[in-house]
Design a protein around this ligand. Structure first.
Ligand SMILES: [Zn+2]
Length: 307
C-alpha cells in the first residue's frame, strides 16, 4: 500500500501541486518563504518517487507470495529490483545536476572573461552601493539593461550595466538596479535556479512542467526587487524596471508587469503568512515520512532480515 500512496504523492507533487502553486497570488507577498515551499515540493516529489521505487517490488512480493515463500531468490529479486529502480532515479538526477553545473560554470567563466575584456575602462560612481566581493562593469550598448554573473567560489561576481542604462537611469534608480543584482549574487540565486532547471530536465517528459522553474525564477526576481526597494525605495526600483522595459524591444512582458504591479501596490509579506508557508514546507517532507515511510519500513525491514 505504501508504494501506491508514494506513487500518488509523487504524481500529485509533480503535476497538480506545481500548477496550483504557480497560479497562487499570495506567494508574491512572501517570495522567500514561497521559494522554500517550492524547494520542499521538489524534495518531497523526489523522495516520494524514490520511496515508491523502493516499495513497489516489496508490495508485489507480498501480493504474489505467501509469507513463508518470501525468502531466497524471490526476496533477492525484489530487493535487487528496488535498488535498481531507486538507483536509476537518483543517478539520473545526479548526472543531470553535475552536467548542468559543469557546463554552466565553463560558460560563465568565458562570460566573465569576455565582460572583463570588453568593459569600459572608466569607473562608475555607484553611489557607494557596491558591496565588497562585487565588481561593476560597464559595457557599450544602445539598450539599457543590467545583469549579473556570479564569480567562482571566493572570487568576485560581476554586476554588468550598459552605457545606455547609465544614461537612462537616475542615480537612485542605478543604485536600485545594483542592489537588485547584488542580491542575486549575495544569496546565490543562481544555485536555486540551477536546482530547479536540473530537476526539470531530470523528470520524465510526461510529468515534466516548466511551471516550477518559471515560478521560482519570477519569485527570485521579486526577492531581488525587495533588496532594491529596501536600499533606495519603491519608486526608484519601479522607475528602473519601467525604464528598462520601455526601452527594450521585448517591452513589458508578463513578469515585468507583475513585478511593477507588486512594487507599486506596496506588497509586503505578513509575518504570519511567511511562518505558515515555512511550516507547510516542513510538513510536506515530514508528514509523508511519518505517516507512510516509517510504518512501511517498520513492516518491510523484518522481511529482508533487518530488525
Ligand atoms: Zn534580477
Amino acid at each position: 500500500m505504501a508504494s501506491v500512496w508514494l506513487t500518488g504523492l509523487a504524481l500529485v507533487l509533480a503535476g497538480p501541486v506545481p500548477a496550483l502553486l504557480a497560479r497562487a497570488r499570495w506567494t508574491r507577498s512572501v517570495p522567500r518563504a514561497a521559494i522554500v515551499l517550492w524547494q520542499s515540493v521538489a524534495i518531497a516529489a523526489v523522495l516520494a518517487a524514490v520511496g515508491s521505487a523502493l516499495a513497489a517490488p516489496e508490495a508485489l512480493l507480498r501480493a504474489f507470495f505467501h509469507p513463508e515463500e518470501r525468502t531466497g531468490l524471490a526476496l533477492a529479486v525484489a530487493v535487487g529490483v528496488a535498488a535498481v529502480l531507486a538507483g536509476l532515479i537518483v543517478a539520473r538526477l545526479v548526472v543531470v545536476l553535475v552536467l548542468l553545473a559543469v557546463r554552466t560554470r565553463v560558460r560563465r567563466a568565458r562570460h566573465r572573461d569576455m565582460i572583463d575584456l570588453l568593459a569600459r575602462a572608466e569607473e562608475v560612481d555607484a553611489g557607494g552601493s557596491l558591496r565588497a566581493g562585487t565588481v561593476l562593469r560597464v559595457l557599450d550598448g544602445a539598450v539599457p539593461f543590467a545583469y549579473c554573473v556570479p564569480g567562482r567560489v571566493g572570487s568576485e561576481g560581476r554586476v554588468v550595466v550598459t552605457g545606455a542604462a547609465l544614461q537612462t537611469l537616475c542615480p537612485k534608480e542605478l543604485r536600485a538596479v545594483i542592489a537588485h543584482e547584488q542580491a542575486h549574487l549575495a544569496a546565490r540565486h543562481d544555485l536555486v535556479r540551477e536546482g530547479f532547471t536540473a530537476l526539470h530536465r531530470a523528470f520524465p517528459v510526461i510529468v515534466r512542467s516548466r511551471e516550477a522553474r518559471d515560478a521560482v525564477a519570477l519569485l527570485l526576481e521579486m526577492l531581488a526587487d525587495d533588496a532594491g526597494r529596501r536600499r533606495v525605495g519603491d519608486d526608484a526600483m519601479a522607475g528602473a524596471l519601467d525604464a528598462f522595459a520601455s526601452s527594450d524591444r521585448a517591452g513589458y512582458g508578463p513578469d515585468v508587469v507583475e513585478r511593477l504591479e507588486r512594487i507599486r501596490s506596496c506588497v509586503h509579506g505578513g509575518r504570519a503568512l511567511a511562518v505558515g508557508t515555512y511550516l507547510a514546507a516542513v510538513a510536506l517532507v515530514v508528514v509523508p515520512t511519518i505517516t507512510i515511510v516509517i510504518p512501511w519500513l517498520t513492516d518491510a525491514l523484518p522481511t529482508v532480515g533487518v530488525r
